[in-house]
Write a protein that binds this ligand. Structure first.
Ligand SMILES: [Zn+2]
Ligand SMILES: [Zn+2]
Length: 151
């Protein structure tokens, strides 16, 4: 009998597929939020629905940058996933988050506060940004949210 794919693999593959829906010019990131092997929310990075589509409005120059040279208009993938869940009255306590890129420090604070207990990520935000350390990952592990690279 063929071996079944793990839920971790299935959810990470879904996060990867979702990333490709992002309209962002530079980074495309996907997120899947799960609880007890069920999906409770999904997200990808981009400005709030009904506002901007960066790739269509600024196809050549890219969208306005913030001080860290990130899109100044976009919500991050994990912010979108968490906001949707909270907006719809779901409880995130004990949930697991799958990300194609490790969380920035600002998202790490939100992840911690929302009650998510475990985070898997595919690529390192620090490597992508050329930063010395993955401060979001360090923050989560320091304060009891397991955050690991998925290999
Ligand atoms: Zn943008
Ligand atoms: Zn972030």
């Amino acid at each position: 009998m063929k071996e079944k794919p793990s839920f971790d693999l299935i959810f990470m593959n879904l996060a990867t597929d979702l990333a490709s829906r992002s309209h962002c010019v530079k980074a495309q990131v996907g997120a899947v939020l799960t609880k007890d092997t069920r999906i409770i929310s999904i997200g990808y990075n981009g400005p709030p629905a009904g506002t901007h589509n960066c790739d269509e409005e600024w196809p050549e120059t890219g969208c306005p940058r913030d001080s860290k040279n990130s899109c100044s208009l976009a919500l991050h993938a994990e912010e979108n996933a968490i906001l949707y869940a909270v907006k719809n009255g779901m409880t995130l306590d004990g949930s697991t988050l799958y990300l194609t890129l490790s969380p920035c420090i600002s998202c790490a604070r939100i992840i911690y506060s929302s009650g998510i207990k475990k985070v898997w990520y595919k690529a390192s935000y620090a490597e992508y940004k050329g930063l010395a350390s993955d401060e979001g990952v360090d923050f989560l592990n320091k304060f009891g949210v397991e955050c690991h690279k998925y290999i």
